[in-house]
Design a protein around this ligand. Sequence first.
Ligand SMILES: Nc1nc2c(ncn2[C@@H]2O[C@H](COP(=O)(O)OP(=O)(O)OP(=O)(O)O)[C@@H](O)[C@H]2O)c(=O)[nH]1
Ligand SMILES: [Mg+2]
Length: 580
Amino acid sequence: MEMPASPQYLPNRRRFSDPFHEFLYPENESLEDKAARLKREADAKKRSDEIDEMIRQDRIERKKSKAEVSVLLLGQSESGKSTTLKRSVLSQVQKSLDRVVCVCRCLTLSNVFIFSPEFQLLHSPSAFHAERIAWRAVIYLNLVKILDALSPEADLEDHDDESLETATVIITSNGLPPSAISETKIPNYEDYRRRLEPLADLEERLTRLLSCPEEDEAVRLPAKSATNGISGEITMTDAISVAPNGRPTPTIIIPSTNYSQSMPVTPNGSGSSSPIGSGTSRTKEVAIHTSTNWKKTFSLTRSKSPKSAHSGEIEGWWEDPYDPVHALNACAPAMLELWKDPLVKKRLREKRLRLEESAGFYLDEISRITAKKFIPTDADILKARLKTIGVVEHTFIIPSGNNKGVKWKIYDVGGARNQRHAWAPYFEDVNAIIFLAPISAFDQVLTEDPQVNRLEDSLLLWKSVASNKLLGNVNIVLFLNKCDLLQAGPKYYPFRAKLDAGVRLNEHMVSYGDRPNDYDSVSKYFKNKFAAIHHSVTPNKERELYTHLTSVTDTRRTATIICDVRDIIIKDNLRNLRLV
Ligand SMILES: Nc1nc2c(ncn2[C@@H]2O[C@H](COP(=O)(O)OP(=O)(O)OP(=O)(O)O)[C@@H](O)[C@H]2O)c(=O)[nH]1
Ligand SMILES: [Mg+2]
């Protein structure tokens, strides 16, 4: 509250035009009157200051009681952001179960994650399982699409724009373009093709079910923005569909081809100029708006009910003759034969397709996944790939010292280049950033720009985030992710983890020099490299960087890291609140 200034400081114009002037500053007031007026003014000022202070305190109190933490997950596409979010939610579930107390509740702002609605596992195990089975659709589709990679038609010859969009990964090879690599013929292929024919229809059906065309909410970004901009640059200039709240509308995509492909990469890290391959997907990528309730569509609980609310056992979907499981189940023997065929494996080796980078996981689980009563495990859900478009918000409450708990908002962004412009609006009110850099990708290139090495892109992106002034006071946690693919990862034939398989870092990063090509040296090198960039560009020299070597699909190892990170963020946030 501001008091009027004394008359002597008012410009003449004001004295004549101000109707209250005579009342506030009488012309011929006596000394006593003036003293009384000044006292009244001083009292009023004091009261006003007291009210201002009360308002300020009230604001602080309200802010404290509404203690809220916003965390932004950043990183290039396929760095593991959505998996980290799934992982965080899972560790919430696990922690809560361990304590056997209802400690938190997930709000329903996002439809994407199975655990969001009302924290069903704790309150209603049967409902939780019902949501879990909804992930079958995504897993089935991931499995069907990865089978494309096994097909001899998965050739590397067609270089149209669409195939460029869908190729995923490049690894070092003998320097020959993939098309020049000799190719093993698969005599049984026609037989496989005939027996797997129903999967083409199934793929289409699953796509339709997931994207719910009747809701017509699938969103595609303008193709124009797909490859423009410099790697790592975050701009707000590109067009994107915008929600009523002014923020971009989230969408998820099931990539049409989900496998890795070989291609020479030059030692300085930039990809060869040869166009890369091509996926041979039967369909384009499926874009699914996150408000599309695909889980509901696919949970098949509409007409089926849990056998027992206590056991959480669900019965029913396998009795539905139209359920996709029947087609999959019927094709399982052919799928298994195809995957186990030594000639197919040989061909994969020749083409340097790295299935273990993506949905290859499911190929070793064909029998289990195609079983009629298959219920996805946590690991299945963590591996299920849904590409994020836009920004997906996930909210839940974590109890803290005071009994009101802390509201957490986690924003999971799309990491592809044409998505990065959507990040900036979230920078203003974020408390912490978890930045993911998949360090196993040092020999790969971007799907959206095969000229760019993935790790180079991650480093540029990291620099851009670490130097951002808007984020100067924001805690940054760095996850150097996919460490399992560097060493002692899943032993998928024909490739083992990269370093074990002899892929050399110094062939892709000259600066690595002649250091040993083992996990300890490589991970230390990356830790130092990212830390050095942060140190040199951060606008806030006081900011501490928390770095973790992670494999976020590894349930056991990640749970502890997530809890540590959560505690760090909460502590810092509370400290900031006290400083207000
Ligand atoms: N082996 C292994 N796979 C991982 C790891 N982290 C993520 N993945 C897999 O990598 C794929 C991509 O992960 P996502 O979490 O969808 O990647 P994202 O960063 O959200 O990608 P966008 O949504 O495109 O930005 C998924 O199939 C994950 O299962 C990891 O630490 N190790
Ligand atoms: Mg994602």
